[in-house]
Design a protein around this ligand. Structure first.
Ligand code: 5GP
Length: 182
């Protein structure tokens, strides 16, 4: 059972959903009269994206990018590979990047540079989780769900070794689970 591997639930389902509703409502207000493209970063942001847009009441489109960072499983290297690019041209469009978590900021910094080069009308970032103390590159975040401490988390789209994405909450695994995979 996956739940046996959990040491601590950091953000429970109810808290998560209440905050996502607020974010959706705020985005709807901020983009009033516009038709933004929400760009979900796969795979981690898939669940957040699905719940977030249910609280967005203005017309919008969605698209996805998939990135993979080289190097160790729980550390970002800053070298990012695009595994799946956008289907939609974004020139002149209002783009809102939807991320699961910002850790060092290296992945998002790279992504922002790629997307800015395509001349969108605007580009903003919405992340569910912000591990601010780990930041190595300053990144302007427009919408943040929760600031979290420097712990490796799983659940609600986030994985460890591709498992635990289905958990409806954000959790920390027991230390022996991480150790077993190092
Ligand atoms: P960054 O480039 O900001 O260091 O890392 C961003 C990516 O690293 C996230 O999109 C996510 O895929 C992964 N990541 C960073 N911290 C965590 C974490 O605590 N748990 C999980 N599952 N992935 C993380």
């Amino acid at each position: 059972m996956l739940e046996e591997d959990i040491a601590e639930i950091l953000i429970d389902e109810k808290t998560l959903q209440a905050r996502i509703r607020e974010l959706g409502e705020q985005i709807s207000r901020d983009y009033q009269g516009k038709r933004p493209i929400l760009v979900g970063v796969l795979k981690g942001a898939f669940m957040f994206m699905a719940d977030l847009i249910r609280h967005i009441s203005i017309p919008h489109e969605i698209d996805f990018m998939a990135t993979s960072s080289y190097g160790a499983a729980t550390e970002s290297s800053g070298i990012v590979r695009i595994l799946k690019d956008l289907d939609t041209p974004i020139s002149g469009r209002d783009v809102l990047i939807v991320e699961d978590i910002i850790d060092t900021g290296l992945t998002l910094d790279y992504l922002l540079r790629i997307l800015r080069a395509r001349n969108p009308a605007s580009i903003r970032v919405c992340t569910l989780l912000d591990k601010r103390e780990r930041r190595r590159i300053p990144i302007p975040l427009d919408y943040v769900g929760f600031e979290i401490p420097n712990k490796f988390v799983v659940g609600y789209g986030l994985d460890f070794g591709e498992i635990y994405r289905n958990l409806p909450y954000i959790a920390v695994l027991k230390p022996e689970i991480y150790r077993g995979n190092e």
